[in-house]
Ligand binder design. Structure first.
Ligand SMILES: Nc1nc2c([nH]c(=O)n2[C@@H]2O[C@H](COP(=O)(O)OP(=O)(O)OP(=O)(O)O)[C@@H](O)[C@H]2O)c(=O)[nH]1
Ligand SMILES: [Mg+2]
Length: 321
């Protein structure tokens, strides 16, 4: 055969979320097609001149018999298969009419988010699974001298702001004080079904059974492989293309990318702004939270440019009224 140019395929797919927010719909690809037998998020290729959302509506009508009313961008994934380059735009769908069923005879199943990993998906899907499981807000805790104040502010964020993903960041605490605070924070997070990541050495997980580790960009760059087991979350702070690539190499599950804006805590760092942020997110191999002067009001915009959502200290770290 002559030299072959790889096909480029643009796909729109849906993560349909159940009304209680705990389940997502997956479908099994018929054994006769490409990637047959694997599970997938329903969807398909864009027809000529179709927009992503039009394709999503058409495909979900054809494959599941539902009418989508609204959808929010969840994540964009580039993946090189041996025979083609796939660009997949995945949308989160919560508003639709009709009960989904396998209109083309395919198996269709609602699965709990924490059971998604039990199903075999195509190679391109790993970042999508992470994005489906993660919320749109990531709280980074502020330095707080005293544990009681810390705990009351954390509880306020969990209860009033409904935060479900927390990074314990406490650079001013000695190791023993950090571990003791982490244990208390973990107990509280468990009560709210929130995940807790520790900003620090991966070996901290031997002392505190938290949900994962958040690496500084410096730690990230010094590692050769993933420092935590697969059943723990691994996140990292990134600021540029090289750090994002390294995060992909060592298998980070998600990252923060900053600074989007200038902030009082980092006044002399040059902010990247939305344009550069979007360029960097486009090629990232995992969900990305926008960080640096972000508030909850920025979450929709962040998602519009491809982010998972926003990360913030100030916006979530306030006293009870
Ligand atoms: N819909 C969907 N496609 C995926 C996922 N993951 C993934 O790698 N793909 C790839 O993206 C492409 C989607 O094509 P498709 O077979 O769904 O396209 P389609 O519905 O338009 O069907 P057709 O062109 O066979 O009629 C396939 O190459 C598939 O392997 C996923 O989660 N959902
Ligand atoms: Mg399809």
């Amino acid at each position: 055969m002559e030299t072959m140019v790889k096909r480029r395929v643009h796909v729109a797919a849906a993560a349909m979320i159940s009304r209680d927010g705990r389940q997502v719909l997956i479908a099994r690809r018929p054994s006769t097609v490409d990637q047959g037998g694997l599970w997938e998020f329903p969807g398909g290729k864009l027809a000529p001149y179709e927009t992503g959302f039009e394709a999503l509506k058409r495909e979900l009508h054809e494959e599941l018999g539902v009418e989508i009313q609204r959808a929010q961008p969840l994540i964009r994934v580039h993946h090189e298969y041996p025979d083609k380059h796939v660009l997949m735009d995945v949308w989160q769908v919560r508003e639709y009419a009709g009960e989904p069923f396998g209109r083309e005879g395919q198996a269709v199943r609602w699965v709990r988010l924490d059971e998604l990993f039990n199903y075999p998906f195509p190679a391109a899907n790993m970042p999508i699974l992470r994005a489906v499981m993660l919320p749109t807000e990531y709280l980074i805790t502020a330095e707080e001298a005293d544990d009681a104040t810390f705990m009351s502010k954390l509880e306020r964020a969990l209860s009033e702001d409904a935060v479900r993903l927390v990074q314990l960041r406490a650079k001013t605490l000695e190791n023993d004080a950090f571990v003791s605070r982490a244990k208390k924070a973990l107990e509280l997070c468990r009560r709210y079904e929130a995940r807790l990541l520790l900003n620090g050495d991966p070996r901290l997980l031997d002392e505190v059974d938290a949900d994962g580790i958040h690496l500084t960009s410096e730690q990230l760059m010094s590692l050769e492989r993933r420092p935590v087991p697969e059943d723990k979350w691994l996140a990292a702070s990134t600021h540029d293309q090289a750090q994002l690539e390294q995060a992909g190499r060592i298998g980070c599950d998600f990252v923060t990318l900053s600074p989007l804006r200038t902030t009082p805590t980092h006044p002399d760092v040059y902010p990247m702004g939305w344009h550069d942020f979007q360029q960097l997110v486009e090629r990232a191999a995992m969900p990305v939270f926008a960080l640096g002067g972000m508030t909850r009001h920025d979450a929709d915009h962040a998602r519009g440019v491809g982010a998972q959502g926003i990360a913030s200290i100030r916006d979530f770290w306030k006293s009870c009224r």
